[in-house]
Design a protein around this ligand. Sequence first.
Ligand code: HPA
Length: 275
Amino acid sequence: MTEVYGSQAARRVAEAMREKLQVQAPVLAMILGSGLGKVAASLESPRKVPYGDVPGFPKVSVAGHAGEATVGKLEGREVVVFSGRPHMYEGNAASMVAFPVRVLHALGAKVLFLSNAAGGIRRSYRAGDLMIIEDHINLMSQNPLTGPLQEGDDRFPDMSEAYDAQLRKLMREAAPELSVTVHEGVYAGLSGPSYETKAEIRMLERLGADAVGMSTVPEVIVARALGMRVAAVSCIANVASGLSSLPVSHSEVLDTTGRVSDQFVKLIRGLVRAL
Ligand code: HPA
């Protein structure tokens, strides 16, 4: 797996993409999760390619994930947007899940923005709030760097400042422009695909997690190994299992992320303007 989804393969995929999309020097690369793909639709002079048309790019197969790459301008600056991502719950190794990050790095991106939908664990969080991720807990039972060292990787990347403090500050500064509540907190990454039990949520709360989801962690680890600066935001799609009388469902997740997508685009615009 690591051989297949390593830095050499990423360079080949990036070359194919660069040609199809005329990528030059993106100031920001983004990987956007469930229902948050609206950012791609707001790019000026967009060029698009479905992942399936790029040989060697992983397949994605979840409702709410477009599965395409878009290049264009946001606030006058070139950005690359990957709408949709492979997940571990599809049976993918963590190294494969993080492969799109290697491709974005090979396309010349030095700053990576990730978004996801998550369940809110902290009691003050409501569905529709946003959470700037300040740190994570890897409970996915894999590390994407396991295996032979990839060219360009740090073997033992420091994770004490994985989520760039300066980028978090820029996002906090953009928050008052938004009409949604923006928090900052810790994301617990689990492999899924089942949602958590009530007891698991009580455990995660005690471990110090403010939100829980099924993505992002492998991508952040690879980005840090490559020396990229990372910013990430969770859309609190639902309150976590057991914290309300309602069950957790994927349709609620898509409803909520769809509802806040305009606010989410504003946050990203604010970030790009400040870069
Ligand atoms: N748990 C895990 N992942 C999620 C959730 C949740 O409650 N909501 C959206 N993604």
